[in-house]
Unconditional design. Sequence first.
Length: 165
Amino acid sequence: MDALPFLEMLAGLLQESGLEAILIGNAAAALQGAPVTTIDIDFLFRQTPRNMKKLKAVAKALDAVILRPYYPASGLFRLSRDEDGMQVDFMTAIDGVKSFEALRARSRAVELGGGKLWVADLSAVIDSKRAAARPQDKAVLSILEKTLDEARHPKGTTRRPKERK
């Protein structure tokens, strides 16, 4: 399944509703060229009364409901649609990130389908996965690190050796 059309639709809905959210996890990594797959679409957002109204508007536009799973007991809001099993998670905190503002500073806006989607920088995704230290996060770390290294040092460029102290 190609997630790009769905991400394009989400970008438009987030922009239309005014809900500021940052795409995180493997979906963010994949948009930056990492050869990973995922069925998870995860966002970080600020839980404020105003943003909760915006999140409800996004859920309504998707014909979805907002669920509050008890695992783990955290600030997780899952948009779920029974007809096709769609799930999109909006979280108020993630491992390795001090605040929404801190992650926003390490994110960039990506144009998708006429909408703008904020995407966490690959180095921020790596930091978060390293901090979470779950088996599924550890499993992709070397792939993400290699992708980041290749982006920083494209083929044909020479790397400067690290200075010894």
